[in-house]
Design a protein around this ligand. Sequence first.
Ligand SMILES: [Zn+2]
Length: 315
Amino acid sequence: MSFSIEVRNELARILDDGKCCSTAELTALLRMGGTLLIIGSGVPGLSFSTENAAVARKALTLIRQEFSVAAEVVVTRARRLQKRNTYKIRIIPSPAVAELLTSLGILAGGGWAGDDSALLRKPCCRRAYLRGAFLGGGSVNKPEGDYHLELVTANETFAKTLYKLLRAQHLPAGITERKHDSVVYLKDGDAISAFLGLVGAYQAVMKFENVRVVKDMRNQVNRLVNCETANLQKTVNAAGRQLDAIRLIDQTVGIDNLPNALRETAKLRLEFPEATLQELVDVSRGKLGKSGINHRLRKLEEIAIEIKAGDNSET
Ligand SMILES: [Zn+2]
């Protein structure tokens, strides 16, 4: 079972909210997965589709709780094995539906209305609204993979409302377009965990956090290894530069014509081309400290740079 389905199943089981929250949740759910059906005389009905049985059950429960209207469920069986069933809930068009949709704020002037701010005054309702949005069109990657949670809707105004709600909860949400849809997303592990907690998916939070602890530890180890590798690379690069400098000096001035101190260090580097500074200190039997050797190696590089500059000015 995918992590998204686990989260949806958990959220679909939450049914103990107050009336204010049920309204908010149902509105978001319908906005996500609902289609307004307007029949000839302008009487609206509503159709809501989902692939998740638990979500269908919850939508039906909320609809029956909120509307005294006739609703039916049609299950479309998947023809192929890998496809899922689709559950379609139909609220049969009637004047009572118009009245109730208008009072929910979903319907205005014969179409979807944009503004749900009246439903979102209380924190409990804001949480329920986000839960409805996830149930209707949300998905989240399993915590083992890249952190990603998204809410997808064809309704741009609704997407902006969700985006603002998440931002108001201090969650670093982003918003983008994908084909004909607006996508509101979270990419941050902390934010996704906070979102799941906010909408009441506590089991999912536990699972998410458990995986995250292990994953973070592994990342930390990887970072340390990478850091070591980078340091090693730096040593190799520096040694390479020094060797180039010393060879250039040898070909032009000649190492033996260098002052004693520099000659010694140049020979030491040639003898141990891959040694770190500390290793050079060790093989020189402590005659020189790290900073002393470092200073001389730099000096050799400077001489090489001067030789190169001299070459260029002559040509
Ligand atoms: Zn509420």
